[in-house]
Design a protein around this ligand. Structure first.
Ligand code: SAM
Length: 487
């Protein structure tokens, strides 16, 4: 993956595993240390967990050694993600020796995947909680307080946590995630998500709007609507997406799809920037792109993972579109929103991938010239369709070499894309101080590219028009001209 301050769909690499903290409540007496790994969804879930535990007498701490309860929100997407968590558990084990009262809980995808095996294999773990069971945490904590191990990994048909107001952990106070769907029905053959996060369900639009309005009231200026497959969002009064067919005529007539949801959010807060992630090519429809074009506050950026450029591999991955259909979608996006940035996820070395398939991936990238990319070597995941039906037959060196070629091409395209911004004046939302210079702000333009410029009199949360003078493959460098009209 290209790691830079600019390309973060996935949470800022530096935040992976860092303890998340929020303001203390004086009445709370117990200390919670919570770490998150993996995707934005996990970080968003940790905010729900911290909110539930704040009502159970817990304040957050960033000091592991003083914690009464340690929670680690885990990721199973690749083997390496799981290894990282296992190493952390060893560390917790060492601390437990000096603080024997400390309890350890595993949350998220790895908890769901391994279930009670965790209690047997990792003796240090006291509690295992799957992604749909966080509301049960007060009961589970009572169990472990009384000296018993506790497990709840039941996946739900309708849990969306729509009624839990998440607290904002390690927030910059400007940008926030708002989760709109949970689970995934796509069954990509490489992917563990449908097994760890369950079937797809959508959150009540009313509760989404309330959360967005509340964020605006509290000074937030940008929201990212989150889901494994946001284009598939469908609210018809609750329940699984797959049961929509059984809904009543009334429910169908008043249902809200993703394009409609985008419009509702954009209209509710016309000065708030709206982003969303992740889109799936097979579910992204033209009405979504048209809604983006219609509202200035919906950012011109789509994260549109393709995973491979080869029709044969796309089929084997159960991605339900062809390369040609993907090109058509890209052409439509560029026709309707010419300056729309597009980013990809790509996997090298999926089972049976030939050099020719790999060349198809490179030629697809050449066609699209993505602005950013998140690129991975295939990692076989237990229980997935690919693991059950196919041999992981591409040698590691080949996977790595192909991945390197993909990364190099992406870097070339990223530079090509950033160069297109030079000379233009673009609206930037200031998020904080640049990582590299205390005298410069860091923000993003509509296309999600990082822009760095001298601070002058501007402040965090301002919308500023910035003249872009220079660029690297990942960052635009410029100077502020004036506040933008959105300010
Ligand atoms: N739901 C999104 C989609 O369908 O495109 C993203 C899911 S996943 C959380 C993020 C990315 O991890 C995927 O887009 C894929 O590129 C990568 N990924 C998932 N499973 C993988 C595996 N077994 N090996 C390597 N990369 C994987």
């Amino acid at each position: 993956m290209i790691k830079d301050e600019s390309v973060e769909k996935i949470i800022d690499e530096s935040q992976q595993g860092s303890p998340l903290a929020l303001e203390n409540n004086d009445k709370n007496t117990r200390k919670l240390y919570i770490e998150s790994y993996g995707c934005q969804m996990n970080f968003s879930d940790s905010e729900i967990v911290a909110s539930i535990l704040a009502n159970e007498g817990f304040n957050t701490t960033q000091i592991l050694e003083e914690a009464d309860l340690v929670l680690v929100n885990t990721c199973s997407i690749r083997e390496k993600a799981e290894q990282t968590v296992r190493k952390r558990l060893e560390k917790f084990n060492a601390v437990k020796k000096t603080n024997p009262g400390m309890k350890v809980g595993v949350l998220g995808c790895m908890a769901e995947r391994l279930k009670s095996k965790f209690l047997e294999e990792e003796k240090i773990v006291d509690m295992v909680v799957g992604p749909d069971a966080y509301k049960d945490l007060p009961n589970l904590i009572q169990e472990i307080d009384e000296g018993r191990n506790a497990v709840n990994v039941i996946l739900s048909k309708d849990e969306t946590y729509g009624d839990v107001a998440p607290v904002r952990l390690n927030s910059n106070g400007i940008t926030a995630f708002v989760s709109i769907t949970r689970g995934c029905d796509n069954m990509c053959t490489f992917c563990v998500v449908p097994f760890t996060r369950g079937r797809e369900r959508s959150r009540d639009p009313q509760s989404i709007l309330e959360e967005v309005n509340d964020l605006w009231e509290r000074g937030f200026k940008e929201v990212t609507l989150l889901g494994q497959n946001v284009d598939s969002y469908l609210w018809y009064g609750g329940g699984l997406k797959k049961d929509f067919e059984k809904a009543s005529d009334m429910q169908k007539a008043t249902s809200v799809n993703f394009a409609k949801l985008l419009e509702l959010v954009a209209e509710a807060q016309p000065k708030m920037r709206i982003r969303f992630s992740t889109s799936n090519p097979q579910d992204m429809t033209l009405d979504v792109i048209e809604s983006m074009a219609k509202y200035e506050n919906i950012c011109n950026y789509i994260h549109l993972p393709v995973q491979s450029g080869s029709n044969r591999i796309l089929k084997a991955m159960n991605r339900l579109h062809t390369r040609e259909e993907y090109f058509e979608l890209i052409d439509n996006i560029k026709k309707i929103i010419p300056d729309c940035a597009i980013s990809q996820d790509m996997i090298s070395g999926f089972p049976t991938e030939t050099e020719e398939d790999h060349q198809d991936t490179l030629s697809l990238m050449e066609y699209v010239k993505y602005d950013f990319g998140f690129m991975f070597a295939y990692s076989e995941r237990p229980g997935t369709l690919a693991e059950r039906k196919m041999d992981d037959d591409i040698p590691d060196e080949t996977k790595k070499r192909r991945l390197q070629e993909i990364i190099e091409l992406q870097q070339k395209h990223s530079l090509y894309r950033t160069q297109q911004h030079v000379g233009k004046t673009e609206e930037v939302l200031i998020e904080g101080t640049s990582k590299k210079s205390d005298t410069h702000w860091m923000g993003r333009n509509s296309q999600n590219t990082v822009v760095v410029f001298p601070k002058e009199h501007y402040k965090v949360g301002d919308f500023v028009n910035v003249k872009i003078n220079e660029c690297t493959s990942a960052t635009l460098l410029g100077e502020a001209i004036a506040y933008s009209k959105n300010n």
